[in-house]
Design a protein around this ligand. Structure first.
Ligand code: ZN
Length: 1085
């Protein structure tokens, strides 16, 4: 997620990097990795469409992870030699800064009693646990000097069935409350606050409402809206909100068919269309048949329509109560003010019985293993025999584990699976039995920890072989133990990551909250999970004294091999499942319709109209004004500047950013790919992966990975492509990114050189694995992030940079990989020499650029290593730019996949029809997403998301929807945007909010490495400081007139735009019937 900020700072909602189309990084879910930025959650539900982030953010990180698979895959960092483990990897002595607290007496007066208090060296914070005396609400008040303040309120919400109550409630409470009586205060905050984080998550047993901001006034505004929302929501009296967010019958006209609608309903249909998701759900439910984890808190689309409004209200009454709440404050604000705000809300309640009713009971261990076979919806083409998935899952213990054991298990997880060189991962992938690894390793976010591992893309006959291989490999690890270099590499990777605490754009305080909550929610100590130094020291000492085998082998035996609580899940592809589910749903609805009288039908049609009307009626200005906002005076007039010095070393341009990084050096080496032959482009991602995973003449890839793990914080290699505004030729580069302790800069640059120059492209079998992994990843992406595939496809039709990106990550890339699979067998020599050719045309001091971020002293100390690195690079005369004047034909396309919900896109290039960029476009684009598209595509259309994006570098404006039950209807909404803008009215308050929200995006909070990186991207794309200043002024002076004028530009999309959808065959057929030959049909899966 760290790229959020990067990209936003580039120049607002630039899409420059969002071209990269790979799945989100895979994180380990161990105790250790809870330091990771993102909550583990694709499994959990978020209120906001995850792809808002996907679109704008997250881009290059995903690509980096996908193409490098280096030691950055699970942990991003690492550092010292084992012998020096005692030395802190990141120097941060736990001295206590001067942090103000709340006088006990003052706290008492406000109704709180102090339970305990600690200074936590690991996060340099003073943490105080309070209890609200009247209700028993618990409050963690964490104080430090972090300006990115975080608040969160969390309730235990264990469901009893799979109707999705917790999830629907999570969506609904943010739809208006006592003090903020408008349709969606949440959207008002999205539009008009400086939040650095705003969302809500539903876990299997809890619901979290976090917000963050660096601006104190803004922060308290967000806190107030959230508190009012959870304790006094309108939805418990408003049946229509329940219908809108949960489910309802829709009947537009008595002559038409009745359908189900609802945001969560469609969101979950999308989730249930993805085999990986289905597998995760099946595994969880099978591991915990007897407690709350045996049902789906997100909601099973077949069960959601059984939920009644009464049950929904009762669930809120019972669980959304202060007695059942855990509240978190973090940052540099006044701890007194926190308690004052809380007392206003909490005092209104008396203690309740909720803490008992919401207790999560443990699952007892089985005495025998279980085996489950399930079907998943598959496409009709391809070799279905090779599409089986098999996964082994264990429940590790009948009660929560202590932190020391958890940390050790997390370490074991990293050793077995953390990097491509890790033995269990390696042996599974090298077996050739499947395409990609599934199962998340150790997971410990729920009451009891689990371990799961398996393969997908397995042929039916090989399923037992996979199971056998996993068991045998685990036995072998018990017998042989782990390589000492591997142990050292894992230790350093984990230690570096914990201490660097680089959570990207995800607020550090939120990452800590989620970590603390993992224990606190089960009535355990909330301080413990924040303190890793002691257990880490103990673990290191044990490894040093007893040897790693004595530490880890008994764990594998006890928790896995000798543990009968094992569930094996086999998922079989079923090409008829999607249509069967569809037909079953239709039948229910037809039966319902035939049982209804004419009056009933008329009444349902009337109710449908009434709901639509309500959804489409804007809130009155008075209601909108109830949501507090900043004024333009609170906004800095100048953009945030990143210190940048441009110099040169050995004739190569070097950008240096003098920023405090706690002794870590971050660097990027950028190479120009514009001389690459066109036919080599699709090979670039695999080239990048090969660099990190093939090995050299002297080092196997395992050794190379371990070296990187031991000496650096990780190295990744990935392509970067974007249009440059006003230029014909795109920016097309390969970026090598690395980090290490500044004292290890020598090692870092040596290893980068080794990766670039010495790696040999000779390992045919490994390359074959890369191809099948990439193919599996892309297929997964097509189902889970079809909007990104659609967007890439449209971009490829509209500009050259888009075309290049699509070659490296879109549907074209998938087609390329399918063909490549055979070619690896038939013409490996040809591929190997193509990889070498890419290296030859890339590696040169010409067109090379270095970017470095660290403090001044460390920057200058590192220069000699940069110079040595550059000396080793060949110097060539500049090569001719290859001509890539190619785009895909601009026809409308439908890409078919087995799904029940669609992804619908339409786009055009606004610059081609004469539009000239003005900063107001950022405000308008954001506003269209948050009003017109939110209201029509999501709220009344029933899609999980609808949004638009303006790539200011290429000029391409894109509309997209996510998990959308509609198709042509959504395209019509897009086409109506121009008229919406023409008739658009807004008062000054609303306009100010829109401007402030946009500035919030532009000024997104960034950690130092992100600041340095975004400055690099601006440099590559020719965005000057003057231009940033101009855009900012234009944003700040946006007027209603700008909105109206933008209407003509937007109409380009209606008149000349190209539409691409990723959709179900039935819906596409129906669309082509309604509008003959509208879509050219392409097979996706
Ligand atoms: Zn949701």
């Amino acid at each position: 997620m760290e790229r959020t900020a990067l990209l936003r700072s580039l120049s607002c909602s630039s899409l420059a990097c969002s071209r990269f189309l790979f799945s989100a990084p895979k994180f380990s879910r161990s105790f250790l990795s809870k330091s990771r930025a993102v909550p583990s959650a694709a499994r959990y539900h978020r209120r906001l469409v995850p792809n808002r982030s996907l679109l704008r953010r997250n881009k290059w990180r995903s690509l980096a992870a996908a193409s490098s698979n280096s030691s950055t895959l699970r942990f991003s960092l690492n550092k010292k030699h084992f012998s020096s483990l005692a030395v802190r990897a990141v120097a941060s002595p736990p001295t206590q800064p001067d942090i103000s607290g709340v006088d006990d007496e003052v706290a008492e007066k406000l109704g709180f009693e102090k339970v305990s208090e600690e200074f936590i060296g690991e996060c340099k914070s003073k943490a105080v646990l309070f209890k609200h005396k009247k209700t028993g609400a618990q409050v963690m008040s964490v104080s430090n000097d972090d300006e990115n303040k975080v608040f969160g309120v969390v309730f235990r919400t264990p469901p009893k069935d799979s109707t999705g109550i917790p999830h629907i409630l999570e969506h609904s409470v943010l739809c208006g409350s006592r003090k903020y009586p408008l349709k969606e205060p949440f959207v008002e905050l999205l539009k008009g606050s400086l939040n650095t984080f705003l969302n809500a998550f539903t876990y299997p047993d809890r619901t979290c409402y976090p917000v963050a901001s660096t601006n104190t006034k803004d922060f308290y505004n967000l806190v107030d809206v959230y508190l009012d929302a959870v304790f006094f929501p309108k939805c418990i009296e408003d049946f229509q909100t329940f219908q809108q967010e949960g489910w309802h019958y829709e009947l537009n006209d008595p002559s038409e068919d009745i359908t189900y609608k609802g945001v969560v309903f469609n969101e979950m249909k999308g989730v249930y269309s993805q085999p990986d998701n289905l597998l995760g759900r099946t595994a969880q439910q099978a591991l915990f048949p007897d407690n709350t984890y045996g049902v789906d808190s997100g909601g099973d689309p077949q069960a959601i329509p059984k939920l009644t409004f009464e049950e929904f209200k009762e669930f809120h009454r019972k669980f959304y109560h202060p007695s059942n709440a855990r509240i978190w404050f973090y940052g540099d604000d006044d701890p007194y003010e926190r308690l004052r705000i809380l007392s206003e809300y909490l005092d209104a309640f008396d203690a309740s019985n909720a803490p008992h009713e919401s207790k999560v009971l443990p699952q007892q261990l089985f005495s025998e293993p279980v085996r489950i076979v399930e079907k998943y919806p598959a496409g009709e083409g391809g070799d279905l025999k090779k599409k089986h998935m098999v996964c082994l899952n264990w429940l590790l213990s009948d009660k929560p584990l202590d932190l020391q054991t958890e940390l050790t298990l997390g370490f074991l997880d990293h050793l077995m699976l953390g990097t491509p060189a890790s033995p269990l991962r390696k042996v599974l992938l090298e077996s050739g039995l499947g395409d990609a690894i599934i199962g998340g390793g150790v997971e410990d976010e729920l009451l009891q920890p689990q371990f799961s591992i398996g393969l997908k893309g397995v042929s039916e006959d090989d399923v037992p072989k996979v199971e056998e291989l996993i068991m045998n490999s685990l036995k072998k690890l018990v017998e042989e133990g782990f390589d000492s270099d591997a142990v050292e590499a894992s230790m350093n990777t984990i230690e570096f990551s914990l201490r660097e605490n680089n959570t990207g754009s995800f607020p550090r305080g939120l990452s800590l909250m989620l970590r603390s909550m993992g224990k606190w929610i089960y009535d355990m100590d909330p301080f413990e999970p924040l303190k890793y130094e002691k257990p880490l020291t103990i673990l290191k000492a044990r490894i040093a004294e007893e040897g790693s085998k004595a530490v880890f082998s008994p764990l594998i035996e006890k928790y896995i091999l000798n543990n009968p609580h094992c569930v094996t899940i086999e998922m079989q592809p079923d090409p008829e499942k999607a249509s069967r589910d569809e037909a079953a749903e239709k039948e229910i609805l037809e039966k319902l319709k035939s049982s209804m009288t004419e009056e009933d039908l008329a009444e349902l049609a009337r109710a449908t109209q009434e709901l639509k009307l309500k959804q489409e009626t804007p809130d009155p200005p008075e209601a909108l004004r109830s949501v507090p906002s900043l004024s333009l005076h609170d906004i800095p007039k100048e953009p945030m500047r990143v210190p940048t010095e441009i110099g040169d070393i050995n004739g190569v341009k070097v950008l240096q950013h003098d920023l405090f990084t706690n002794d870590v050096l971050y660097t990027e080496v950028v190479f120009d790919t514009s001389s690459l032959k066109q036919e080599l482009l699709p090979l670039v991602p695999l080239f990048c992966q090969s660099l990190l995973e093939m090995g050299t003449k002297d080092l196997s890839f395992v050794q190379l990975n371990q070296l990187i793990g031991r000496k650096t914080g990780g190295i990744s290699v990935y392509p970067f492509t974007s249009s440059i505004r006003g230029k014909k030729d795109p920016s097309s580069h390969i970026i090598v990114r690395g980090k290490s302790m500044a004292g290890r800069a020598d090692d870092l640059f040596n290893l980068m050189n080794c990766v670039l120059q010495e790696v040999q492209f000779t390992d045919q079998q490994r390359f074959k694995q890369f191809v099948s992994q990439s193919k599996a990843r892309l297929e997964n992406r097509l189902r889970g992030s079809g909007h990104a595939i659609a967007m890439a496809r449209m971009d490829a039709k509209l500009n050259v940079a888009g075309w290049i990106s699509e070659q490296m990550g879109g549907l074209s890339y998938l087609e390329f990989l399918q063909a490549l699979e055979e070619k690896v067998d038939n013409d490996w020599a040809g591929i190997s020499s193509s990889l070498e050719e890419i290296r030859q045309s890339l590696l040169s001091r010409e067109g090379c650029l270095i970017n470095m971020t660290a403090d001044g002293k460390n920057l200058s100390n590192s220069e000699k290593f940069v110079s040595k690195f550059l000396d080793l690079l060949p110097s060539k005369s500049p090569v001719e730019r290859a001509s890539w004047g190619i785009q895909l034909p601009p026809n409308n396309e439908a890409i078919l996949i087995p799904t029940q919900v669609n992804y619908v896109g339409k786009a055009a290039n606004l610059y081609d029809s004469g539009y000239q960029l003005n900063g107001s476009a950022y405000v308008i684009t954001k506003h269209i997403s948050n009003t017109w598209l939110w209201d029509r595509v999501r709220v009344s259309g029933g899609a999980y998301g609808g949004f638009c994006n303006f790539d200011t570098h290429s000029g391409v404006f894109t509309f997209l929807s996510y998990r959308d039950p509609n198709l042509l209807k959504t395209l019509d909404i897009y086409d109506g945007t121009g008229d919406f803008l023409r008739e658009f009215e807004m008062d000054d308050d609303a306009l100010t909010k829109a401007i402030i929200g946009t500035i919030g995006d532009v000024d997104a909070y960034q950690l130092p490495d992100a600041k340095g990186y975004s400055s690099l991207l601006r440099h590559l794309l020719g965005v000057t400081e003057e231009e940033r200043q101009t855009r900012r002024e234009e944003i700040l002076s946006t007027s209603l007139k700008d909105f109206k004028e933008f209407a003509d530009a937007i109409d380009t999309i209606k008149d000349k735009g190209v539409a691409v959808v990723v959709a179900s065959p039935d819906d596409v057929e129906a669309a082509n019937k309604e509008r003959p030959d509208f879509f050219e049909v392409k097979k996706g899966l």
